[in-house]
Design a protein around this ligand. Structure first.
Ligand SMILES: *Cc1c(COP(=O)(O)O)cnc(C)c1O
Length: 392
């Protein structure tokens, strides 16, 4: 089966992890700060905090920005459940702002309208979390302008977007947000096995994030409430978690991040070939913004929204491709339609664009290990599938 996403592990990656295995530190030791330094350099951000997953990173970013019961987080329905769950884990209320059907990212027009209404109703969000779907940055300038107007904080869920560029600088530099989160799950652009990170420009926020990832404990005498009892002494000054990344993971990450640009370039070369092959097919593609480089975590296509019974056609196409050994996938089931969120009161029709996109969506294989032969097989199989369905 040709997977839709897969890690690319070099001999150097293997050697880097083995070196750590033979060293003194397995959990967070000297390699985590080394990886964080590489992240800061790649993202041009003054602070980076590595943790054990993007889910953890989203959770502590929300906590550090003061999200809690009685407050609201708004995010995109077209994302993995972890984006919204971060708000729920803080005890906050969550709501979803529908997507723009071309970019598949949170619609800033919708966001602006919803904010205006929320101001009238006194239900403004504390945090807005845009998700850079497929690796293409959201319209962060507009979201930042709205955050100034309405007073909310911004966490970018950039799980798909390390190596992406927005407005001439790397996604993650936090010019237009309080914090930015990355995932290093193996299907993402670089991997640490499991892993994630938060970047920020705010030193106080970075300090809180570092504390929350490790039990709310500090060892720096300058931050203690009274003089240290001795060299062994630490203080717990807040309620934190154990979300630490291991040095084993950080060694893999530091080795992988050296190839970040190459990985993104390979993804772009493959995507360009898909773009060309699909020009004549009845498929809608995500609009990519030429001025802003996508990380291209995903290559999603969509059956023509005008087709009747699209969900049934998509299922048949999905099955045909899987039978041909192609590990197509679907990103994403709109979060608000999950049973957990339905139980909180969300219904079909809450985000019609995200729901419509989901009916026809398919993610095709895209990763640096994908060969041209494999890609030709994907293209041919998709063409045949569409013909069998009478669509081309
Ligand atoms: C993968 C992903 C996450 C969760 O990442 P983990 O590192 O697996 O916790 C969160 N948000 C989005 C958009 C993702 O794609």
């Amino acid at each position: 089966m040709i997977p839709y996403g897969r890690q690319s592990i070099s001999d150097k990656d293997v050697a880097a992890v083995v070196d750590v295995l033979r060293s003194d530190f397995l959990t967070q030791g000297p390699t985590v700060p080394r990886f964080e330094q590489a992240l800061r350099a790649a993202c041009k951000a003054p602070h980076a905090i590595a943790v054990n997953s993007a889910t953890s990173a989203l959770h502590i970013a929300c906590l550090a920005l003061g999200l809690g019961p009685g407050k609201r987080l708004w995010t995109s329905p077209n994302s993995f459940v972890a984006s919204a769950n971060a708000g729920r884990l803080c005890g906050a209320d969550v709501d979803f702002v529908d997507i723009n059907p071309d970019t598949l990212n949170m619609s800033t027009t919708q966001l602006s309208d919803r904010l205006e209404q929320a101001r009238r109703d006194d239900t403004l969000p504390h945090i807005v979390m845009p998700v850079h779907f497929g690796g293409q940055s959201c319209d962060m300038r507009s979201i930042h302008a709205l955050s100034d107007e309405y007073g909310f904080r911004v966490i970018e869920d950039a799980s798909h977007a390390i190596g992406a560029i927005y407005d001439g600088a790397p996604v993650g530099d936090c010019r237009y947000s309080d914090a930015c989160v990355f995932s290093f799950h193996p299907v993402k652009i670089i991997t640490t096995g499991e892993g994630g990170a938060v970047t920020t420009r705010d030193p106080a926020l970075a300090n809180r994030l570092g504390m929350l990832r490790s039990h709310g404990v500090i060892r720096d005498a300058g931050q203690m409430t009274h003089d240290s009892d001795g060299p062994w002494y630490y203080q717990q000054i807040d309620l934190g978690l154990n979300y630490r990344m291991t040095d084993l993971q950080a060694a893999l990450g530091a080795s992988q991040i050296a190839r970040l640009d190459r990985f993104v370039k390979q993804r772009h070369d493959l995507a360009a070939r898909y773009d060309e092959a699909f020009e004549q097919l009845p498929l809608r593609r995500q609009r990519r913004d030429a001025a802003n480089r996508s990380g291209l975590h995903l290559y999603p296509v969509q059956l023509d929204p005008a087709l009747p019974d699209r969900a049934a056609l998509r299922l048949r196409l999905f099955d045909m491709l899987r039978k041909d050994g192609i590990g197509v996938n679907v990103h994403y089931i709109p979060i608000h339609t999950q049973p957990y969120y339905r139980a909180l009161g969300f219904n079909d029709g809450h985000c019609p664009e995200a729901e419509s996109y989901y009916q026809g969506a398919l993610s095709l294989p895209l990763h640096p290990q994908l060969t041209r032969t494999e890609q030709s097989h994907v293209i041919l199989s998709l063409r045949n599938g569409l013909r069998t369905l009478g669509l081309s």
